[in-house]
Design a protein around this ligand. Structure first.
Ligand code: PMP
Length: 360
């Protein structure tokens, strides 16, 4: 088999070896059924066991109380940019905090369905920062407040979350869910595309407080409707069966590795190594402000665009792949999600030192 590379892709992204090995082992015949999970009916006994195991593990790992429903929904995180306002806008008003590309997209989508109040926008400083909580003032009559906990493209992350009182806080956690402990009870709704810390592409996981689910919305498209999804346990139609199976494997790996406490410890350690190196030299420029730095997506630039391209190409030859920054911002982005081992980060730093040394 070909040697594996260190894959710094922002998503779809790297999976843990254990996850791949188990899937590989079970691919041809799952649990002596004579078929793969991909070929199974979603209503069958074998598959329902996987499905239920996945939900139970997620509830356990994230300590999600019974006040919350867990939904597996089609359409990725982008689907939720529409589903959230369609389900949660009661009076037709919501506060949005823009700290990057995806929170902007979420706000633009929501504006199709109601009045969107942008209460903070970091565009003016090139999304290098997350606001201080004291900079935010919320509309008392908003139906919800929306933020994106980690900005995949710019590499900033909320270190703590605002208290929005009786107004539900909604968070797009696509690129940092399962990376650290959070208090689910602080949120009305959390959603995340699965293709980073939750496995592979094909769905969004939605964790929604039950009292926010409305059953009085008959005109809503069925695949956006939380009440219908909840009533049918995410099986109103065929769910993304294989994506859920992979999530179950990822969750098993997280639990066996020591849960979110251990994931957070490892992630902080990896990020610290990389940021400490970035702060110790002048060749590379980190993008985000110190207090806003992401432990998932580390963004920086070399002295110019040509050198950025050269960096990514040379790194790739050494088995450090997908380091090119997002097409919107350029530069370099190292995505160091849960599955990236610390050796990958050490190898990256060695390469960065060597690359910079040769150009001085
Ligand atoms: N939100 C965030 C924070 C993301 O990083 C992404 C994708 N990278 C999205 C939303 C969009 O997700 P999807 O492609 O699943 O629609």
């Amino acid at each position: 088999m070909k040697e594996r590379v260190y894959n710094f892709s922002a998503g779809p992204s790297m999976l843990a070896d254990q996850v791949l090995e188990e899937i590989h082992e079970e691919l041809y015949s799952y649990n002596s059924t004579g078929m793969s999970v991909m070929e199974m009916s979603h209503r069958g006994k074998e598959y329902l066991a996987i499905f239920n195991d996945c939900k139970e593990r997620l509830r356990r790992i994230m300590e999600i109380s019974e006040d919350y429903e867990i939904l597996f929904m089609h359409g990725g995180a982008t689907g939720q940019f529409s589903a959230v306002p369609l389900n949660l806008m009661k009076t037709g008003k919501a506060d949005y905090i823009i700290t990057g590309n995806f929170s902007k997209k979420a706000a633009e989508e929501a504006a199709k369905f109601g009045q969107v109040n942008i209460i903070y926008d970091s565009s003016a400083n090139d999304h290098t920062r997350i606001p201080e909580l004291s900079e935010l003032s919320f509309s008392p009559d908003a139906d919800y407040v929306h933020l994106c906990s980690n900005n995949t493209i710019f590499g900033t992350q909320w270190q703590r979350f605002p208290d929005t009182g009786n107004v539900p806080l909604v968070a797009d956690m696509s690129s940092d869910i399962l990376s650290r402990r959070i208090n689910v009870a602080d949120f009305g709704l959390i959603y995340a595309g699965a293709q980073k810390n939750m496995g592979v592409a094909g769905m969004a996981v939605v964790i929604v407080r039950k009292d926010l689910i409305r059953s009085d919305l008959p005109d809503m498209p069925v695949l956006c409707n939380y009440a219908i999804e909840a009533k049918n346990d995410s099986m109103y139609n065929t769910p993304p069966t294989h994506t859920i199976y992979v999530l179950d494997k990822v969750l098993k790996w997280i639990e066996e590795s020591g849960g979110l406490e251990e994931m957070e410890k490892r992630n902080r350690q990896k990020a610290k190594l990389l940021y400490d190196y970035l702060d110790s030299q002048t060749f590379y420029q980190p993008h985000s402000e110190k207090g806003s730095r992401s432990i998932m997506n580390v963004t920086f630039t070399t002295p110019d665009k040509e050198t950025d391209s050269e960096f990514a190409a040379l790194a790739s030859q050494k088995g450090l792949v997908s380091l090119k920054g997002h097409r919107l911002v350029g530069g370099i982005r190292a995505s160091i999600y849960n599955a990236m081992p610390i050796e990958g980060v050490r190898k990256l730093i060695d390469f960065m030192e060597e690359f910079a040394g040769e150009r001085k």
